[in-house]
Design a protein around this ligand. Sequence first.
Ligand code: MF3
Ligand code: CO
Ligand code: CO
Length: 263
Amino acid sequence: MGEKITIKTAEEIALMRETCQVTATILDEVGEIIRPGMNTEEINSFVHRRTLEHGAIPSPLNYKGYPKSVCVSPNDVVCHGIPAPYILLMPGDIVNVDVTCYKNGFHGDSSRMYFVGGEEACSPEAIQLVKVTREALFAGIRQVKPGNRIGDIGGAIQDYIKTTGRNYGIVREYTGHGLGREFHEAPQVIHTARRGSGDIMRPGMTFTIEPMINLGTARTSLSKVDGWTVRTADGALSAQWEHTVLVTETGVDIMTTSPKGVF
Ligand code: MF3
Ligand code: CO
Ligand code: CO
């Protein structure tokens, strides 16, 4: 906080784009293997192996003592779920997989939601939550252009959530963040910010937008057992989607868009 926001050169952006594409490709691959009966440690070993095979390093591993290579957050887990062999994915579960890779001296950070057993297996409320959260991410992304302020992103997310007419909670304790040579750098991207607040966006800035939306209270609780896993305070479902974006001369470039299309 108070730190300067780094502006990436065209050369740095090219290097970072390659990292972001590895992240997106691994998320595509997770979509192909995820299935009911799998445990979340299997997702971890898959992401770890594929990251290395793509010539990258998993950024989460040993980051501030985090013990695994990916965050896997099912159902009421808001974020930072630690993969474990005893956490089984069941039909009807919704789960966030958050992949960050490091390659070429740069990080690329993105997360998606998956329907375990397919959309058919999930409740209408769960499906709606996942779709609304993805729309919230894109409402934020649409604010990204030179001259706008970082707070415009959170403002747009809140306005969008209001239009759903449902009692969703936008998580406040965890935010988007600048990234590049560092995993987390300035600016902080607050998903509940006021429009017109925060730093002015300038071409060459790179940061994540990663709203977490709860099907009940916005309040969260941090696990006293592992010190990482964040759950909804009321046990209701939570969803999250994340992209790494670049401010361009004219608008936005979603760097973690999959080679297979927009997710
Ligand atoms: N990828 C997460 C984010 O979006 C951060 C995970 S930190 C870790 O910022 F230590 F849990 F990996
Ligand atoms: Co992430
Ligand atoms: Co992030």
